[in-house]
Design a protein around this ligand. Structure first.
Ligand SMILES: Nc1nc2c(ncn2[C@@H]2O[C@H](COP(=O)(O)OP(=O)(O)O)[C@@H](O)[C@H]2O)c(=O)[nH]1
Ligand SMILES: [Mg+2]
Length: 475
């Protein structure tokens, strides 16, 4: 049922200054009013969208549960477009649970994860891409990610999708009018009538796809594993990125025994840095586990920083680690024009640049003929900058994020757009081959539906359930 009244604690678990209970649905006002006691003389419904002071009481025992501010918000100018009540109580978990239970005892139902936002979607306040942006906005780790989510929430992505859909619909309408009403002498559309409309849609979708790999980085972040033999400075590099002493650094090889994972911010892209024990032959059982975990970290990484000690000649262990990474498919990354990256990128970091350099660069070049090298030192504040710059180049493939750009950030959208473009291409092809217009129309419909999946017009119930179940309760 989509208009029964739901309730949930909307603030995060734990202790806080205030906590909010959100109630939404056709009965929201009627369920909360009997619990809300105000100073004498005010028994009617308080004005909409204003905070009103009072107490929440247990309606049976008249016991006061909390001193609160309550906002009664009349539909449709609410988050869900239903009547909404927000009760601001003191932010203790027990207090909030007791207030929630009182609301539920009045006949409200406990909300499912994401159910408030789902109602906003079902009631037409947000489309699906905008609803997803709500979750991205809450979860964004960097300002750039936040900006992208906000653009999407404000409907910038949806606008472009709708524009593409309108163009496709224009082509479909011409074809179908001529098929359905042949007697009204509606002229059969010629390829040159349809091509500009299809091309317009194709171009819009292509430009969205072009930035989508980059967009995904801002949302999902980049898993970056720091790999190398022991003592080359891996943990020091992690610390330098974080600007704290997160990982233990000592001159003793084997100091890092487990992987350490931390988030850093690289020009707005969330970096998930993984410091590893290093890959090295060892008899120590604990170190062996550490080495296993280092391998696993490399296997699942988007980018590997392979660290060498520049103050020492290349060692046999360095060669072994390089060989292992190459066997995993790491090599020079190549950024394709459509934004995809064809090889798993590795960045070769020659650390301890502050010391006399004994490493043979010609040896390194033999190991990694197409490698991108960068010298760093973790001993000075500026020493990491070349590494950060080069990594940013690799990750962003040379493109900057413009604050006004609309980027597709979700795999789901990317996948739907790819399908849409596939169908648009097929319709072009059918036109070229002078196939019957029904064929063209079938592809155009498929493209139209694929685009509609992004904004939710053609999303299945299962898909909606899946998307909204990833939200938190109360959102
Ligand atoms: N001279 C110099 N020493 C460094 C640098 N980075 C790390 N070290 C030292 O190298 C040793 C090993 O560093 P650590 O980060 O623990 O290496 P890991 O085993 O690869 O994690 C420590 O004594 C560090 O102080 C650097 O840029 N220059
Ligand atoms: Mg270490």
């Amino acid at each position: 049922m989509h208009n029964d009244t739901i309730a949930a604690i909307a603030t995060p678990p734990g202790v806080g200054g205030v906590g909010v209970i959100r109630v939404s649905g056709s009965e929201a006002f009627e369920l909360v009013l009997p619990l809300f006691k105000r100073p004498a003389g005010q028994s009617e419904l308080p004005p909409s969208h204003k905070l009103t002071f009072g107490h929440i009481i247990d309606p049976h025992t008249r016991e006061v549960l909390d001193e609160v501010l309550v906002a009664f918000m009349r539909a449709p100018h609410t988050y869900t477009r239903e009547n909404v009540v927000e009760i601001q109580g003191h932010g203790g978990p027990l207090i909030l649970r007791r207030i929630l239970h009182a609301v539920l005892a009045q006949g409200a139902r406990m909300a499912n994860p994401g159910e408030f936002t789902m109602r906003a979607f079902l009631n037409g306040r947000l489309d699906l891409a905008q609803a997803e942006a709500v979750m991205d906005l809450i979860g964004s780790e960097t300002e750039a990610g936040q900006r992208l989510a906000l653009q999407q929430l404000r409907g910038r992505l949806s606008d472009q999708i709708q524009q593409a859909r309108q163009a496709v619909l224009g082509a479909i309408a011409r074809i179908e009018a001529s098929i359905d009403f042949p007697e009204d002498d509606i002229p059969t559309p010629q390829p040159e009538d349809l091509q500009p409309l299809i091309a317009e849609a194709y171009q819009l979708v292509s430009s969205l796809l072009a930035g989508s790999e980059q967009g995904r980085l801002y949302r999902q972040g980049v898993r970056t594993a720091i790999i190398g033999r022991p003592n080359v400075g891996k943990s020091s590099i992690l610390n330098a990125f974080l600007r704290t002493e997160r990982a233990i650094v000592t001159p003793i090889a084997g100091t890092t025994r487990d992987t350490v994972e931390e988030a850093a911010n690289l020009r707005g892209v969330p970096l998930h840095l993984i410091d590893t024990a290093g890959i090295t032959p060892t008899d120590d059982p604990v170190e062996q586990i550490g080495v296993q975990r280092s391998r696993a970290a490399a296997e699942t990484a988007d980018v590997v920083l392979l660290v060498f000690d520049g103050s020492e000649p290349l060692t046999e262990q360095d060669r072994l680690v390089s060989a292992e990474l190459q066997a995993m498919g790491f090599g020079l990354q190549a950024a394709n024009s459509d934004g995809t990256i064809s090889k798993r990128p590795v960045l070769l970091v020659i650390n301890k640049a502050d010391r006399d350099q004994k490493i043979e660069t010609s040896e390194l070049k033999k190991l990694w003929p197409e490698g991108v090298f960068v010298s760093t030192s973790t001993f000075s504040d500026a020493g990491l900058r070349p590494l950060e710059d080069t990594l940013a180049d690799i990750v962003l493939a040379g493109r900057m994020l413009y604050s006004e750009s609309v980027l597709v950030t979700s795999t789901r959208h990317q996948e739907a757009l790819r399908r849409a473009n596939g169908h648009l291409q097929a319709s072009f092809h059918s036109l070229d081959q002078q196939l019957p217009l029904d064929f063209v129309s079938i592809d155009l419909r498929a493209a139209y539906d694929a685009l509609g999946e992004v904004t939710g017009e053609t999303a299945s119930e299962d898909l909606l359930d899946k998307i909204f179940s990833e939200f938190c309760i109360g959102k």
